[in-house]
Design a binder for this molecule. Structure first.
Ligand SMILES: NC(=O)c1ccc[n+]([C@@H]2O[C@H](COP(=O)([O-])OP(=O)(O)OC[C@H]3O[C@@H](n4cnc5c(N)ncnc54)[C@H](O)[C@@H]3O)[C@@H](O)[C@H]2O)c1
Length: 280
């Protein structure tokens, strides 16, 4: 990790999970951080352990005046803004598409996508004014890279975040403001396990190739790299950190062909040649 010196960052959704891990890494690296979160108890608790280089500001990331005030808080508290981590999100609307309400759909987009627009807008304004560049890192998801990684609205919001990362990266490059996204796979946080911690182990055992469970710090390290000078020529990228989940997708062999794991050989498709099979 490149040293952060006296750099100042804002982390949305920093009250827990991945955002809290990012805030921890910023302070460890010598920087200062403003945590913005809707959950006051979580936010207060998160900054408690981080010392006087961390502040909590209660915000709704879907609200423009809240987001503008969050960016201003960085300047008021620590003198400037160098990096923004647009990380807050909700799982949002779920269930069969024929049952979903417009309200649940729109709320999911407001929290997960409008937030990234607003954060980028108000952070970029400050960074352009400062005149010496900056870094924005959006937390997207593997759910935005294909179907099947999350509920319909959630997946669509994350696909939108990946694309917004590209358009804003191109637009802000002349100002030396880099915009990138990290796409986590299954990371052990409350958002992921929704009160059923064993779910993380089921995922790991059944569909994630990498043996160890995904932890928030693994994503924080990627996000910090993207925001650091080591990634100074990286912009518009979406970096997948998922223990091989997407590399192995769609894993059809695991659905109903589990017996194939007990065999090896070669199948010649429709050529008329018989497959060669060896039992293990
Ligand atoms: N955990 C995973 O497996 C996983 C996988 C892929 C992507 N992600 C993404 O990572 C990011 C962080 O997720 P997490 O797993 O740490 O979740 P989390 O629920 O632990 O943390 C998210 C935080 O965002 C806050 N938040 C939600 N709505 C808000 C709002 N309107 N205004 C302000 N704050 C709000 C919550 O209060 C919470 O503290 C999200 O963007 C999520 O979509 C997570």
């Amino acid at each position: 990790m490149e040293p952060w010196g006296d750099r100042v960052a804002v982390v949305t959704g920093g009250g827990g999970g991945i955002g809290r891990a990012i805030a921890g890494r910023i302070v460890e690296a010598g920087g200062s951080v403003i945590i913005g979160d809707l959950n006051r108890d979580r936010g207060v608790e998160a900054v408690r352990g981080l010392g006087d280089r961390a502040r909590f500001v209660p915000v709704d990331v879907a609200d423009e005046s809240d987001v503008e005030a969050l960016m201003t808080a960085a300047v008021d508290s620590f003198g400037r803004l160098d990096a923004l981590f647009n990380n807050a999100a909700i799982g949002g609307a779920f269930g069969p598409i024929v049952e979903q309400t417009v309200e649940a759909w729109d709320t999911t987009f407001a929290v997960n996508v409008r937030s990234v627009f607003l954060g980028t807008k108000h952070a970029a304004r400050l960074m352009i004014e400062q005149g010496d560049g900056g870094a924005i890192v959006n937390t997207a998801s593997v759910a935005g890279q294909s179907g099947g990684g999350g509920p319909q609205a959630y997946s669509a919001t994350k696909a939108a975040v990946i694309n917004l990362t590209q358009t804003t990266a191109a637009e802000l490059a002349p100002h030396h403001i880099r915009v990138n996204a990290v796409c986590p796979g299954a990371i052990y946080t409350e958002l992921m396990h929704r009160g059923r911690p064993e779910m993380a182990d089921e995922w790991r055992e059944e569909i994630q190739p990498w043996p160890e469970r995904g932890e928030p710090e693994m994503i924080a390290d990627v996000a910090m790299w993207l925001a650091s000078d080591a990634a100074r020529f990286v912009t518009g990228a979406s970096v997948t950190a998922d223990g091989g989940l997407m590399a192995a997708a769609p894993r059809l062999v695991d659905l109903d062909l589990a017996h194939l794991r007990r065999m090896t050989g070669i199948a010649y498709g429709n050529t008329g040649q018989e497959p060669e099979v060896r039992r293990l």
